[in-house]
Every structure is written in C-alpha cells, then in structure tokens.
Write a new protein. Structure first.
Length: 218
C-alpha cells in the first residue's frame, strides 16, 4: 500500500483516492480550446499512478504526446462529507507538489468519441507527487507561485491566485459527491503552458512555500 508523509511528522497516511480538478485556470482552458465549465469537473487517478521525487516517468507505447501539468496538491487529514466552503480548509493536513501527466493524443481521441479517458490520465507513473508540508506552514494557499521546468527551461509559470474556483470551493464541491478520508489527495488544476515531454527529459515542478519535485522520463 502506498503511503504519504507530512514532512517533520513521523506517521504516514495510507494513500487513498486522488481526485483531480479539470479546467480550473482560464488560460489553460483557452490553450486547449475548451469551454469554461459552469460547474467543477472532476476525474480520478488511482494510487498505483503515483511516483515520488526522483522517480521515472514511463510513457505508454500507445501515446505519442504525453504532456506535463503542474498542480498544487491537497492532503486531506480528516473524514468529511458535505463540508461548507467556509470550513473546508480545516480538513487540509498538508500541501504538496504534483504533476498530472496527460496523454493528450489519447485523451482527445476518446473525448471526440464521447468515451471516458482514464487511460490518458491514470496509467502507471501518471502522478508524480512530492511529500507534503504541514498546512499550518503555508500562509495562504491561494497565493502561491507555481512553475514547471523541463531541462531547465520554464514551461509553466503562474500563481494559484488564478484558479477559477478557490480551494475551499473545490473541497466543498468534491465532498458533496465523495466522502473524503484521511490520506485522500486533491489536485487543484494546472495553469497554462502545458507541453509534450520526451524520453530523457528532466522535469522540476516548484510551488512557493511548499517545495519542489523532480522526476525524469525513461
């Protein structure tokens, strides 16, 4: 069973479900030619998709266009269901750095046919994820610099202030559908600048006050 850790604490939490938010940054929506949704859009990644810092991304042979998406990750610390947005941050135990890998060619093909696209998002190694920092150490998760570099070149550079829906709103909306439990993780969406990665690339994702995450492509 995979586990997650809050830096500075001895105990580990079993990694639960990973709930991901799609289309939460306007510029990213525009760069992909999508419509702004009138309500939050969610999908899931399994725990088996996670790799840690220093891990290796393996792009499936059925894709020729794997793209990076840096995201702020939230670690849930207590069981919640139907929580109000005003109380939602109290359920966050920690913040981390994640990279949501997407097989864009596969996703686009499946979307065009009206089919689910988990195979483009949930494959093994599709979710590089850092350790978490305690929530209390982050002054305001809604105002953090978020960036990703590939081989030292900046590809994504933005702020969590650009989210269309705030972190408390997202937690409230998700908990209205799914019971959230300790060890569950929420990925809060990616800003603009996503691009294709290739064999041998080195990815470094950074979020101010949270940390960084470096992985390579096999």
């Amino acid at each position: 069973m995979r586990q997650v850790r809050i830096i500075g604490k001895e105990e580990f939490l079993p990694l639960g479900k990973i709930v991901c938010v799609a289309r939460n940054y306007a510029e990213h929506i525009r760069e992909l030619g999508n419509e702004v949704p009138d309500r939050p859009v969610f999908f899931m990644k399994p725990a088996s998709s996670v790799i840690g810092a220093g891990g290796t991304i393996v792009i499936p042979a059925y894709s020729q266009d794997c793209q990076h998406e840096v995201e702020l990750a939230l670690l849930i610390g207590r069981t919640i269901k139907g929580i109000a947005a005003a109380e939602a941050l109290s359920a966050v135990a920690g913040y981390g750095v994640a990279i949501d890998l997407t097989l864009r060619d596969v996703q686009n093909e499946l979307k065009s046919k009206g089919l689910p696209w988990e195979v483009a998002k949930a494959f093994d190694t599709a979710c590089p994820l850092s350790d978490f920092v305690a929530a209390a150490t982050v002054r305001d998760p809604q105002h953090l610099d978020i960036a990703l570099r590939v081989n030292g070149q900046v590809r994504q550079d933005a702020s969590t202030a650009l989210m269309l829906r705030s972190i408390p709103e997202l937690i409230a909306a998700i908990s209205a559908i799914f019971t959230l439990e300790p060890g569950d993780v929420i990925l809060t969406g990616t800003p603009a600048g996503v691009s294709r990665i290739c064999s041998g690339d080195r990815l470094t994702a950074t979020i101010s006050e949270v940390g960084n995450l470096t992985v390579t492509v096999a």
